[in-house]
Ligand binder design. Structure first.
Ligand code: IMP
Ligand code: MG
Length: 178
């Protein structure tokens, strides 16, 4: 276990669930009725699980795949180098792709994922992220759907981790080291 750490709640489980439902409705209103989802692991697994079930509620048929990228390691700051740790299962050529990620910070991760899928011939590539840290972008990349704009603090919970801990928190909070 990690010691001397407090988590200050930022978004409750209820607030997150309401926002995820809104995002699914917006995606369903704007996007083709069948999409291939690419969840970026590991951080997006909870958001992706909730979002695809909300999409189902709004009549969107999905196919699911995952891509594991890493830019953080165990640090609190992005290394800027994006590594492909584990590839997808299915081909993406000709498909409409929705990338799901937990948080958009420098944009290095999302940029790398989008370029990879475009290079493989995806018909279209858009992204939905639960969180975005404003003013931190280093790459010309944006997500079409964003849940919340968070302060420039390190946040954990609802899939987001610190040293692979706290992903299981049902809420999102700021990591405070005493
Ligand atoms: P980017 O490549 O700098 O945009 O960072 C995106 C990735 O870094 C996310 O998918 C997260 O895995 C991780 N990340 C960025 N900010 C945070 C944070 O505040 N808490 C936990 N993980 C973060
Ligand atoms: Mg991540």
């Amino acid at each position: 276990m990690l010691t001397n750490i407090r988590i200050e709640e930022l978004y409750s489980a209820k607030l997150i669930s309401e926002r995820v439902d809104e995002l699914a409705k917006e995606i369903a209103d704007e996007w083709p009725k069948e999409i291939t989802i690419v969840g970026l692991l590991r951080g997006s697994f909870i958001f992706a699980a909730d979002l695809v079930r909300a999409l189902n509620h709004y009549g969107v048929a999905i196919r699911m795949d995952f891509l594991t990228l890493s830019s953080y390691g165990n640090a609190l700051k992005s290394s800027g180098q994006v590594e492909l740790k584990q590839d997808m299962q299915d081909a993406v050529a000709g498909k409409d792709i929705l990338i799901i990620d937990d948080i958009l910070e420098t944009g290095n991760t999302l940029h790398a994922a989008m370029e990879l899928l475009k290079a493989r011939g995806a018909k279209s590539v858009k992204a939905a992220v639960l969180l975005e840290k404003p003013d931190k972008l280093e790459k010309a990349v944006s997500a079409s759907w964003v849940g919340f704009s968070v302060p420039d603090k390190f946040v954990v919970g609802y899939g987001l981790d610190y040293k692979n801990y706290y992903r299981d928190l049902p809420y999102i909070g700021v990591l405070c080291q005493d």
